[in-house]
Design a protein around this ligand. Sequence first.
Ligand SMILES: [Fe+2]
Length: 326
Amino acid sequence: MDFFFKPLTPAQKLKNSLLHIDSHIRSLSCPPSSKEQRKISNQLSKDGYVILHEYLSEDLLGKAQAHIKNSLEYGNFEFPVFAQSNIDKIKHKEIIDNHFLESDEHLFKMGLAFDKEDFTNLDEVVQTFKPSIFKIPFPSQSAEFSKIWLDEFILGVINCYMGLTPKLLEAYIRRNYPSEFKRTNHYWHRDLNHRSHLLKVFIFFSDCTIDNGPHEYIRGSHKDLTINGKRFFEEKEVDKIVPPDSSDRIKSIVKAGTIVIEDTRGLHRAIIPKKGYRDLGFAVFAPVPTYSILNTPCYYNISKDNYNRLSDFQKKFIPKGNILEK
Ligand SMILES: [Fe+2]
């Protein structure tokens, strides 16, 4: 795979427009962006990120937090889960050196993950297996979660920034605990989901301090391609060019309810929590080439009832294959 990011040539831009003709046509029937949305979109173009402090209403935040707590306490999250307690630093050196690129299913086969049958209660599995991440699926029936992931003001910003109407391709929540081992996204990297149009929306469901794993982004690195050409970068490689005390290193030290919109083709990483945990929602937006619109990989579902409650504008962002018939 080519890890070298280059600005698109005029010919590539034209090819992209043709590939995403469907997303361009969809954008024509969207509401026009407001002055405030254009302002945020301009900031995104300049810096590569925007922080909307304490954006969620208290009511919506409270309901989402209750769902996350409930899901974790009843074991309603994705299995298998990587178990740091089972790592032998000598025996598993190759996996450690390979940044744990293997899937959790593969780690499970190697005895390095635990399964649903091993779940007793949250505190006990955290103590016993020392998990670093729990992944909670997007609740397909929840009107509240749809309101957050498909917030119309933010969708308008996304439309304005991209100049087309993309799809919400991924939706999930993660709880991160302290980790002894660095896994893929703990390293500085650029996301590869889409080379010409990509935005991620991070939704903070817990307060985030320097101790419980802020997200870090290099301001302007979606355009500045000085650090380039590798899947992952070592800390010292980045520190040499953007020193740790630089004001261009943006750490999301924010209150619960804050939303960060980010062009993650820029350099970013997840800092490992030192204590406590961090609950974070992820929404990934990118256009789907018209030719593959019918076989887009499905990473979350939305129930038919829930879909029917959405506005026409919100519906444009949901791939048809993600709507559950029942
Ligand atoms: Fe990433």
